[in-house]
Every structure is written in C-alpha cells, then in structure tokens.
Design a protein around this ligand. Structure first.
Ligand code: NAD
Length: 454
C-alpha cells in the first residue's frame, strides 16, 4: 500500500490494523517490518497521502476501494485442521465492511485465499443486508520478502481477477488504474476471479516445489559426491528449466509456502482429487525431511551427542534481508538441537531476542541458559564445537573466519545450510566443512550410509 501511495500521490491510502503496536511502528521510523528500501518509500508518502491508523471503521466508511490484507493462517482446529486456510479474519472484515459501509465499495482480496473465497465473501457481505453494492476483485500479491520494494516497483506481472459482468469489469479497471501509474499495461493481467485466486496458490506451490526438487537431489548428491550446485547450474542452463530458484538449502520457510501448499492440498481433497493432493503434500514433506536431515548431519559429525555442547547458529530469519522468522528452517533445526540438549549461541543481524525466544517456546522475558542470543558473531562462536549457517545473510561472508576458528573448540565444524561460504578456503583454515548437497571432503565417494544414520 505504501508503494501504491508513493506512485499515486492523488490517491489517499489509509492503512488500518487492529494491532495498535504495529500502527505505532508504522507511524515511527522503526517500522514493524524490516525490508530494504521500505522506510524511504513510507517516509516519502506518510502524512501526504499515506496514513496509518487503528480507526478501522472510519477508514472503511471513507474508502472507495478496500484492500483486505489480513492474515489467512492454516486452520488449527476442526474440519481441515492442519491444511485448510482459516478465513475467520477475512470474514470479520467482510462483516465490518457490510455493517459500516455508507456507499458502494470495491473490495479487493489481497490476502492469499483459497479458490472461491470471493463467493464466500459475497455471501457474508449480502447476509448483513447492506443496501450498497460490493464488487469483489482478486489481486493476489506476488512480492517476495527481502526484495519487496524492488518486486513492487518492477513486477513480472500484476494479476487482477473479477466477475465477467459489466460491473465486475469496471471494478477491475478501477483497481488496474492504481497500478497503471507505474506498471506497463501489458504486464497487468486480467482474468476471472477463480483463475486469479488459484494462480496465487499455484505460483507458490510451483516455487516451493522447485526448492523441494533440488533439495531432494541434494540428499542424493551427499551420498554420491555429485555436487548439487554443479547439478543446479547444469540443469538451470536448459532454457526449459531456467536457473532461478534452484539453490539447495536447509529448507524453505516463510509465512506463505507451506501454508499455501497445504491450502492447495485441502482444496484438492475437498474437490475429490486425492492423487493431486498427495502430489503437492510431498513438497512439504520433502522440506521437513531436509530440515531433519540437516540436524542428522550435525548429529553424525558429533558422534550422535551434542548434549551439553555449545553450537553457534548464524541466522534465524527465514531468509536474508528480512526480520521475519515465520516457519524459518532455523526454528525446526534449533528445536531439534535443543531436544538433544545442545546449548545454542544464536546470532542474527535483524531478528530480536524476544522473537527468537518465543519461536523456540521460551518465555521472552526470562534468560534461559540453553539459548544465548548475542549481538556479535565472534561472541557467538566462543567455545563452540560447531557453527550452523541457517540464513544466507551477506555479512556472514565478510567475517574473519581465522578469528572464528581460533575461538572455536577443535575439531571445528561448519554446517553451511545455505552453501553460502567459501568451503575450500575454510577447509584451508582448518574447519571441517559440511555443505548441503556436497560430500564432506569433496574427494572420494563414501560408502552408502545406513538409513538410520539420518
Ligand atoms: N508476507 C508476505 O510476503 C505475503 C506475500 C504475499 C501474500 N501474502 C498474504 O497476505 C496476507 C497477510 O500476510 P502478512 O504476512 O501481512 O500477515 P500478518 O499476520 O503479518 O498481518 C496481518 C495483519 O492483519 C491484521 N488484522 C487481522 N484482522 C484484522 C481486522 N479485522 N481488521 C484490521 N486488521 C486486521 C493483523 O493485526 C495483522 O497485523 C496473507 O494472506 C498472506 O498469505 C503475504
């Protein structure tokens, strides 16, 4: 919404949220979300035509177009538990809109929603007996966290779905006008509502599938001394495959991929397509396997005992350039290591201590000797037997690894969950390197390990 306001100075954009802390953050210079370039965009438009407020009802009453961007988490109870999307926040918004609207509105689904949510929205809006007209438009968001501003400034496409009626097309055209301020018309794709809703789930499912596909191959590389980066490069040069999104890692995270695939799985089951559901569920299972396998590698290297040992963790965010930890692979890895009674020293340049504590199930207001959160990477590695890189922050490449080596206990292991570091150089310093999808030494083919080793 900040970018829309920035590009359309004649349009007043009011962002409302029931969460007062967040709104306070948006009205300060410490935004609740860390995103490169975002503060500049917000500062430019804030107070001019971009406003942040908790006055939800007043903003609804004033608006011509309402972007519903609330959370749509995975349901944790009842029918569809663990896979369906919980639409209660969407429903609440719809009821409030119907209740307080004093004019016709265009309602934009910006949240990622299951296909046919617009139908549900229409029912709710009309159930409240409002005399006004509500046109529903689907406009899913394809930005990636960490590169949100770049993605929004130069989107591959903007997708707008609407009813194929005269009013529906008019509503789509109104929303399109906002984007036409900076997006070339040929990149604004107009479809029917259901195609638009389903395209967002499909896009995330395909993206996550690519990661799970290369991660599945990484497991085989580790057994055969093939190198997953070499394989990715070789297949990525095939123009039919393409080179992006082929980086093997400890596993994908983020608030969207898992939730959206599970949502797709639920929809397939709901519509009587269990084979299709199973196919997509495997993408999530492979991701879980990858995270477990990573911990398995740490355990194997440490002779199956990390109990009482110090391990350094570099990176807790689910990817670089964000402070978002939702579904971060670091959470699963750290929880498993804590289960094995390791003592963790965690360093992340952007994630706050309280967030890490909460994610690991600790009281954020109490110190716990099992998890030390530090502000300095050199402090993190002191007396550690191993160092696990779990987020691909660029700055991890610029550290003095000779100094790190000196501070660690020997043998000093590095488990590079992002294949970020220069393994050869680190081996020369003396580290034992464990990279994703690569043999331990890069030398001879090792004998097959037993399944139980992982
Ligand atoms: N985060 C992303 O990169 C991204 C990308 C594409 C799509 N999406 C989709 O966008 C949606 C939101 O994602 P998010 O990451 O911003 O979630 P979030 O949980 O960070 O934010 C949702 C906000 O909605 C507010 N909210 C809930 N109910 C409300 C109500 N009735 N009135 C006013 N405010 C209310 C919450 O307080 C919260 O601040 C989800 O459907 C997600 O799948 C997110």
């Amino acid at each position: 919404m900040a970018v829309i306001a920035h590009k359309n100075p004649q349009v007043t954009v009011t962002v409302v949220d029931i969460n007062e802390d967040r709104i306070q953050g948006w009205n300060s210079d410490e935004l609740p979300v860390f995103e490169p370039g975002l503060l500049d965009v917000v500062k430019e438009a804030r107070g001019r035509n971009l406003f942040f407020s908790t006055a939800v009802e007043a903003a609804i009453a004033d608006a011509d177009i309402i972007f519903v961007s609330v959370n749509t988490p995975t349901k944790e109870f009842g029918v569809g538990k663990g896979s369906a999307a919980n639409l209660m926040y969407i429903e609440k918004c719809a009821r409030t809109i119907a209740r307080v609207a004093k004019s016709d509105k265009i309602i934009v689904e910006k949240s990622t929603v299951p296909v046919r949510t617009a139908e549900f929205l229409k029912q709710i809006l009309h159930a409240e007996g409002s005399e006004y007209q509500f046109d529903i438009v689907s406009n899913p968001e394809f930005l990636a966290e960490g590169t949100a501003i770049v993605d929004l400034n130069n989107p591959d496409r903007v997708l707008i779905g609407g009813d194929q009626t005269v009013e529906g097309k008019k509503a789509v055209a109104e929303v399109s006008k906002l984007y036409e301020a900076w997006v070339p018309k040929e990149r604004i794709l107009k479809t029917n509502l259901w195609s638009s809703e389903l395209s967002k789930l499909t896009a995330n499912a395909f993206l996550a599938q690519r990661i799970s596909s290369i991660n599945s191959i990484s497991a085989l590389c580790e057994r055969t001394d093939a190198d997953v980066d070499e394989v990715a490069r070789a297949i990525g040069m095939d123009s039919r495959i393409g080179s992006k999104f082929l980086r093997s890692s400890v596993g994908f995270g983020g608030s969207c991929f898992q939730k959206d695939i599970l949502n797709l799985v639920y929809l397939c089951e709901f519509f009587g397509l269990p084979e299709v559901a199973d196919y997509w569920r495997k993408v999530v299972e492979m991701n879980d396997f990858q995270k477990r396998r990573f911990v398995g590698r740490i355990m194997t290297a440490m002779f199956n005992t990390v109990s009482g040992r110090n391990l350094a963790i570099f990176g807790f965010a689910f990817k670089k350039d964000t402070n978002d930890t939702r579904e971060s692979a670091a959470i699963a890895v750290c929880r498993d290591l804590l289960e094995e009674r390791a003592i963790l020293h965690i360093y992340d340049p952007r994630v706050k201590k309280s967030q890490i504590y909460r994610d690991l199930g600790f009281d954020p207001d109490k110190e716990d000797s099992r998890v030390k959160i530090v502000n300095d990477p050199y402090q993190a590695v002191a007396d550690c037997d191993g160092l696990a890189v779990l987020t691909e922050w660029d700055e991890f490449n610029d550290l003095d690894y000779s100094k790190i080596f000196e501070r660690m206990r020997k043998p000093a292991h590095i488990f590079d969950g992002r294949n970020l570091l220069d393994a050869e150089r680190l081996r020369q310093i003396g580290f034992t390197m464990h990279c994703i999808g690569k043999g331990e030494t890069g030398a001879a083919v090792k004998p097959m390990r037993r399944k139980s080793d992982f």
